[in-house]
Design a protein around this ligand. Structure first.
Ligand SMILES: CC(=O)[C@@H](O)[C@H](O)COP(=O)(O)O
Ligand SMILES: NCC(=O)COP(=O)(O)O
Length: 257
C-alpha cells in the first residue's frame, strides 16, 4: 500500500453487525444470546452504529429483532435485498440507513456486490422512496468503478465497497493478489469520493486485515460483524470491539494518502 502520512484524517466510523449473534441464538430456537443486548454492549464499547441484515430467509436476524434494534438510541444500518417486501419494511421502520445487498438463497454469506449498473432505474426508485422517508441509502457494491459511477447516477448518497476479495486474498498470502484487491478498493473509494459519495467498506474484515482498509483516505465507515462475534467467544465482545476501534483509529492516525 502506498502514500504519504497525513497530519490528520477524518474519523472512520465502526458499524458493528450483530447478525451472527442471532445465528447462535437460532441454533437452539430460543432467545439467548439476544442480538439486541449485543447491540447495546457494542454501542457501550465504542461502536458508532449497528448493522443488521434482515435476509429474505430470516436465517439470522428476524423482523422482531429489527423492530427492537430500531428502538435503540443509535444509528441502525438495515441491510436488505432490493425487493418490494423489504422496501415496505424499511419504509415502515425508517432506520437511519438502508444498505441494499444482493441475496442468493443458496449462498452461505454475501458473495458479491449489488449490480447497480444493471438495474439503475429500479434502484433509483428505492433511492427516492427511502430518501423521502429520511433513510440514507447505501449500495453494497464490488470495488468496481463502473458500479460506483452507477451508484452516483442512481442518487445513492453512500456506497459500501465489498472487501471480501481483499479479505480472501489476505488469507492467500499472495502479495500480488492482496495488492490488486487493495488497489481496486482504493481506486473505487477515491472515485466515490470525487463523485461526492460517502464511502464505506465491509465484509470479512478482521484484526489482521482491517488497517490497510481503514487507512484508505476516503473510507468513512467500516461495517464488521462475523469476525467480532467469533472473537467475542475468546476475548469478549467489549474487548473485541475496543481492539477493532483501536486498530481503525491507529490506521487513520498514521494513514497514507
Ligand atoms: C453484506 C455483508 O457483507 C454482511 O452484512 C453479510 O451479509 C453478513 O450476513 P451473512 O453472513 O448472512 O451474509
Ligand atoms: N456489510 C458488511 C457487514 O455488515 C459485516 O460483514 P462481516 O464482517 O460479517 O463479513
Amino acid at each position: 500500500m502506498s502514500g504519504n502520512p497525513a497530519a490528520s484524517a477524518p474519523r472512520c466510523r465502526l458499524g458493528v453487525n450483530i447478525d451472527h449473534v442471532a445465528t447462535i441464538r437460532n441454533a437452539r430456537g430460543g432467545a439467548h444470546p439476544d442480538p439486541v443486548r449485543a447491540a447495546e454492549l457494542a454501542l457501550m464499547a465504542g461502536a458508532d452504529g449497528i448493522t443488521a441484515h434482515l435476509r429474505e430467509d430470516r436465517r439470522h436476524i428476524r423482523d422482531e429483532d429489527v423492530q427492537r434494534l430500531r428502538a435503540l438510541d443509535a444509528a441502525l444500518n438495515l441491510e436488505m435485498a432490493a425487493t418490494e417486501e423489504m422496501l415496505a419494511i424499511a419504509l415502515e421502520l425508517r432506520p437511519h440507513a438502508v444498505c441494499l445487498v444482493p441475496e442468493k438463497r443458496e449462498e452461505r454469506t454475501t458473495e458479491g456486490g449489488l449490480d447497480a449498473a444493471g438495474q439503475e432505474e429500479a434502484l433509483r426508485r428505492f433511492a427516492e422512496e427511502l430518501g423521502a422517508a429520511g433513510s440514507r441509502l447505501s449500495l453494497f457494491i464490488d470495488p468496481d468503478e463502473r458500479q460506483v459511477e452507477a451508484a452516483a447516477r442512481i442518487g445513492a448518497p453512500v456506497v459500501e465497497l465489498h472487501t471480501g476479495e481483499y479479505a480472501e486474498a489476505a488469507l492467500s498470502t499472495t502479495p500480488t493478489r492482496i495488492q490488486a484487491a487493495w488497489d481496486a478498493i482504493d481506486r473505487a473509494a477515491a472515485l466515490g469520493d470525487r463523485l461526492g459519495l460517502e464511502v464505506h467498506g465491509g465484509h470479512g474484515l478482521t484484526f489482521q486485515n482491517v488497517s490497510n482498509i481503514a487507512a484508505i483516505p476516503a473510507m468513512r465507515e467500516l461495517n464488521i460483524g462475523h469476525f467480532l462475534v467469533g472473537e467475542a467467544v475468546f476475548m469478549g465482545l467489549d474487548d473485541a470491539i475496543r481492539e477493532m476501534r483501536r486498530l481503525i483509529d491507529d490506521a487513520r492516525t498514521g494513514m497514507l494518502v
